[in-house]
Design a protein around this ligand. Structure first.
Ligand SMILES: NC(=O)c1ccc[n+]([C@@H]2O[C@H](COP(=O)([O-])OP(=O)(O)OC[C@H]3O[C@@H](n4cnc5c(N)ncnc54)[C@H](OP(=O)(O)O)[C@@H]3O)[C@@H](O)[C@H]2O)c1
Length: 303
């Protein structure tokens, strides 16, 4: 099979596409023909060595975490009815390959018939993290939540999930994304290229900050206006405030089914910025790192 390999810590441009052995199917295997791999900061932050402390890896590795595809075959201990089904899942041993062997039954999820696999792919490392943050932060309808990184693969789901709970949302984003963020449902948009302090003064009712951007300047500005406001971050693990906490959220298998169902009934919308052929992974990851996000970038496989 073909796979995208990281064999150095020199960053995105050192990625290689190689032919490697197909996985050897075992009793717990679900062999999946990959259709889409979400491009996550997790990948390019691992490739540059930035995550060595929280995600030590022994190179070479197949990159990628989430996948969406069709089940081709299953091992003797797996449910045969999965064969031919659309699924999404996560693989801790890499997912950016033509074939994925998913051996942990609770993290493989059948996709409803009317949900596009590309849309479903955005749940892994996107909607799941957003829902995990909301659960951990204990947010309720009385809250007014400011989100940094609001236009990203997680932020676009955070806005939607919070609005569905009746929460007022203040989204922080680039000037080019102001209309996009309003369209998703943000009540107020703060343009981070402008004077953030001044824009914060019209939202004095904020009760909680969720940081998915990791920009110290923005958090400094927020803390200077609201010194007692709790800040929860998934993007950086230290900020000089006793109200700050770093979290690594996760959700239960039943929550994945709930998110898929919300896509199916149209309560949630998947925002896909662009789809690249897997061979163009360097271009796709560079766009993810350097451009202004509008949801998730995906790699497409020729299966
Ligand atoms: N702790 C955990 O367990 C966990 C889990 C999943 C993800 N994460 C982390 O969460 C972060 C967000 O993930 P994602 O998938 O949503 O990423 P993404 O799709 O690339 O979106 C990132 C968002 O952050 C904004 N942003 C990035 N750098 C910024 C800066 N310097 N100033 C202002 N805004 C900035 C982007 O705004 P622009 O569009 O304007 O650039 C974009 O809206 C990543 O750092 C990822 O590694 C952590």
């Amino acid at each position: 099979m073909q796979a995208i390999i990281q064999d150095t810590f020199n960053g995105i441009s050192d990625l290689k596409i190689k032919v490697v052995s197909d996985p050897k199917s075992g009793p717990l295997s679900a062999i999946i023909k990959t259709k889409y791999t979400p491009v996550l900061p997790y990948d390019w932050r691992t490739e540059s060595g930035e995550l060595k402390n929280i995600r030590p890896v022994k190179l070479p590795i197949v990159i990628g975490y989430g996948f969406a595809g069709i089940v081709d075959n299953v091992g003797s201990l797996r449910n045969k009815s999965l064969i031919g089904k659309k699924v999404i899942g996560a693989s801790l041993s890499g997912s950016a390959s033509t074939i994925v062997d998913s051996r942990i039954p609770p993290i493989l999820f059948p996709v409803p018939d009317n949900v596009e696999l590309s849309d479903a792919a955005t749940i892994i490392g996107g909607a799941d993290t957003a829902l995990g943050i909301i659960k951990k932060a204990n947010i309720n309808s009385e809250d007014v939540v400011l989100i940094t990184g609001a236009s990203g693969g997680i932020g676009t789901y955070l806005i939607q999930l919070l609005k569905l709970r009746g929460v007022k949302v203040i989204a922080v984003g680039h000037s080019s994304n102001v209309e996009f963020l309003k369209m998703i449902g943000a009540d107020v948009v703060i343009d981070y290229t402008g004077d953030v302090n001044e824009q914060l003064l019209v939202s004095l009712d904020i009760t909680q900050v969720i940081d998915t951007a990791g920009n110290v300047r923005i958090l400094d500005e927020i803390s200077s206006v609201f010194p007692d406001l709790p800040i929860i971050s998934i993007a950086m693990n230290y900020f000089n405030s006793n109200k700050f906490s770093f979290i690594q959220p996760n959700i239960l298998p039943k929550d994945y089914m709930k998110l898929l169902n919300m896509l199916s009934v149209g309560e949630l919308h998947a925002y896909i910025q662009e789809v690249f052929n897997f061979r163009d992974v360097v271009e796709a990851q560079t766009l993810s790192k350097d451009s202004h996000s509008q949801g998730r970038i995906l790699l497409k496989w020729n299966n």
